[in-house]
Design a protein around this ligand. Structure first.
Ligand code: PLP
Length: 392
């Protein structure tokens, strides 16, 4: 590819007739056009749900072009979208996404969990890939409308929810290596159950890296994920569920699969336990669940509630540290953390031909208490610092 600077003018068919007719429009949720599906799909028994395999009746779509800005968004029947094969997204991967959930509480209200954090992160991901600017608050309004229209898809059972996948793709025509000034936003939703039924095993890898300083690991951009599929397959062939991503010659522990990773470690001063995770240095995805665990772990009100003293530590730690803590009997829990799993236990970590085995299959009082608290907030059984946002 030697044409990095050769295409700077818009591709044919994308220039409007009056280029200076006012400034491009921001995304405006109040302009939403609604076309409801004529026939609704049958709901699936919840026991048969597989993550991201079943989608609801509707979706939201909006498009951006550099002259007009964002189109009036449309809520319409779920279905295929048609795109020109020239589109930038198919060649250069200018795609970003978010992952969040809507929960139905015992009071029959729908709640989102700290959705502002997802929306700020989405704005940042778009900026990182030089996609058109998108107003996260408007996206959130659209999410609320979609979730309300498709509310029959939210399973009522505890642990089940409606997974929400807002996505922005680059739709600029032409193969020129340049930022896409055209984009499409779509939002699709999928009923989902508990992500891991049982504890997961991790294989620590250092031959492949997920993210590196100056890269995009700290943003939810599509290109971060497919390079992990091959090493993931290798891990599966060796009998492990997920990868534990390491970085650097000192083999720093970073993330587990596409989740943040925490360990609970006994302190020398016996004053509670440390809850340790890698710092946000640009290689770690700033998870909403991660931030929530850290916030709970530093909150005296939460300590009192669970009668435990937690010390959150965002710090660099390595495989040697893990091995040492394990051999000294200080490694108490290992937790994979994210929207899909909330807090999931990791029972063993394969490294250099040996397994570090975590007591209690990975989960102990800390993981259990944090998981319960977050689920209670999400499902509306408790109010906590405005984290549960009622949307309909
Ligand atoms: C999405 C994601 C997470 C978890 O983020 P949440 O906001 O808690 O869902 C962690 N790591 C990676 C790589 C991710 O893509």
């Amino acid at each position: 590819m030697g044409d990095g600077n050769s295409v700077t003018s818009p591709a044919p068919g994308q220039t409007g007739d009056s280029p200076n007719s006012g400034s491009p429009a921001a995304l405006d949720a109040s302009k939403l056009k609604i076309t409801l599906a004529q026939t609704l799909k049958p709901l699936q028994p919840i026991e048969t749900l597989l993550f991201g395999q079943t989608f609801s009746d509707h979706m939201v779509v909006a498009t951006h072009d550099p002259e007009k800005g964002w189109s009036a968004p449309e809520l319409k029947p779920y279905g295929p979208i048609t795109l020109d094969p020239q589109c930038s997204c198919f060649h250069y991967g200018g795609n970003i996404f978010e992952g969040m959930k809507a929960y139905l509480g015992p009071d029959d209200k729908i709640r989102l969990f700290r959705p502002d954090m997802n929306m700020r992160r989405m704005e940042k991901s778009c900026a990182r890939l030089a996609l058109p600017t998108i107003d996260g608050d408007a996206v959130l309004e659209l999410i609320k409308r979609l979730v309300d229209v498709d509310r029959r898809w939210i399973p009522k059972e505890s642990g089940y929810s409606l997974y929400i996948r807002p996505t922005v793709i680059a739709t600029r025509l032409g193969l020129g290596l340049t930022a896409s000034d055209h984009a499409m936003l779509y939002i699709i939703v999928s009923p989902t159950g508990p992500y891991f039924a049982k504890p997961i095993s991790l294989l620590a890898v250092s031959e492949n890296v997920r993210a590196w300083p100056g890269g995009t690991g700290g943003d939810k951009v599509a290109g971060n994920y497919s390079p992990g599929f091959l090493p993931q397959r290798t891990a599966a062939d060796k009998g492990y569920d997920q990868l534990l991503w390491l970085f650097g010659d000192d083999r720093r522990v970073t993330e587990a699969g596409a989740m943040n990773f925490f360990v609970v470690v006994k302190r020398d001063d016996e004053d509670g336990v440390d809850l340790i995770t890698a710092p946000l240095d640009g290689t770690i995805l700033p998870g909403v669940t991660r931030a929530s665990c850290l916030a709970l772990a530093s909150d005296p009100e939460f300590h009192q509630e669970i009668s435990m003293r937690l010390h959150p530590q965002e710090m660099v730690y390595t495989m040697s540290d893990l091995a040492k803590w394990s051999s000294e009997g200080k490694l108490l829990e290992a937790l994979a953390i994210g929207t899909a799993a909330i807090v999931g236990p990791c029972n063993r970590i394969g490294f250099e031909g040996k397994d570090i085995v975590i007591p209690g299959d990975g989960m102990g009082p800390v993981g259990t208490a944090i998981r319960k608290k977050i689920l209670d907030i999400q499902e509306g059984r408790t109010e906590w610092k405005g984290w549960g946002v009622v949307c309909a």
